[in-house]
Design a protein around this ligand. Structure first.
Ligand code: ZN
Length: 337
């Protein structure tokens, strides 16, 4: 009988499962070029492709130690149901983060009004789906949408997830339109609260991070995707200095491995500070599980089993196993899935 160690399952707080199909593709000279390819892929997704394709992606997540996922979904309502069905078939806990999209992007991602969006959200809730609100970004949602969505999320105590500050251009456009930076706009419109998760915050400035801390909001960092897209370095040490809760996401699913996300998160912090142990091992594991669950409003989610006989743990003292997982193991160290 193999020796195993139980850990809280990892929680993938930010996924776009369909983007898994772009793994290995190298088109696009920068984020915006990649986005063109991504939107072309999104435009071709059907309910059937989502239903069958997402099962495979969610199985890959489970095998990698993720036992819950927040699916940030902007492909339509019938497609949202298909994603939830795929998660059920794979056996992963899902919170469907239904994206609100007023402008830009693809027609299938957009709703005509906030009322139209909320009726979609309520249809999912009525069907028993765990949901969160997800104004896509300050690019996609104007001020009046953000105000209504922030108020609804607060009233209903639902998670609210939003992309912000992933790319400098988004900040320049927000300053031009609103005279404030993206997270400042979220704060002004009631979209920054204790239930909020800001996805990326790569280029957030000190004032924006102060606002996140004051609100008790979280930041979701997606290190392998942020590296792949050339987004920049997450401000890990600035987040930790402020006591901001951090969670992780596989985002584009170019890589599905929570240990690699955590290793890269700490690696970014070490490279920026020239210090080791910027985030403790126990905090990193908390980022990977508890913080993600809190970001999704999940009270419980399945554990994961570490194979202590795995070759990458050979010779490791019992007290060093957690550290070795983060620094020296891949997701194949987990059993089953
Ligand atoms: Zn995203």
């Amino acid at each position: 009988m193999a020796e195993t160690l139980s850990l809280p399952g990892f929680v993938n707080a930010h996924s776009h499962a369909f983007q898994r199909a772009l793994r290995g593709r190298t088109e696009g000279s920068d984020f915006w070029g990649w986005r063109d390819d991504m939107l072309e892929l999104a435009g071709g997704m059907t309910v059937d492709r989502i239903r069958s394709g997402y099962v495979e992606v969610y199985r890959e997540m489970l095998a990698a130690g993720y036992t819950a996922v927040g699916e940030f979904h902007y492909l339509g309502l019938a497609e949202a149901h298909a994603a939830v069905e795929a998660a059920a078939e794979a056996g992963i806990e899902i919170v469907l983060l239904l994206s609100a999209y007023a402008r830009g992007g693809l027609e299938r991602s957009r709703q005509e009004s906030v009322a139209d969006y909320l009726s979609q959200l309520e249809e999912l809730r009525a069907a028993g789906v765990r949901v969160g609100l997800a104004p896509h970004s300050v690019r996609a949602c104007p001020r009046d949408w953000l105000e209504e969505l922030g108020a609804y999320a607060a009233r209903e105590s639902l998670p609210l997830h939003v992309h912000a500050d992933e790319q400098p251009r988004e900040i320049e456009e927000c300053l031009a339109e609103h005279g404030v930076r993206p997270i400042e706009l979220l704060a002004e419109t009631g979209c920054l609260g204790a239930q909020t998760t800001v996805v990326h915050a790569t280029h957030a400035d000190a004032h924006e991070l102060d606002l996140v801390a004051e609100a008790g909001a979280r930041v979701c960092i997606c290190p392998t995707t942020e590296a792949n897209l050339g987004d920049g370095f997450a401000p890990v040490e600035a987040l930790c200095e402020r006591g901001i809760g951090v969670c992780i996401g596989s985002d584009s699913n170019v890589r599905i491995d929570p240990l690699e996300e955590l290793r890269e998160l700490e690696g970014v912090a070490r490279r920026r500070t020239g210090r080791r142990g910027v985030v403790s091992v126990s905090s990193l594991l908390c980022f990977g599980s508890d913080e993600g669950a809190a970001a999704l409003g999940l009270a419980s989610w399945p554990d994961v089993e570490v194979d202590l006989d795995h070759e990458s743990l050979a010779g490791i003292e019992a007290g060093d196993v957690h550290g070795a997982l983060v620094s020296g193991c891949g997701a194949d160290v987990f059993t089953g899935g």
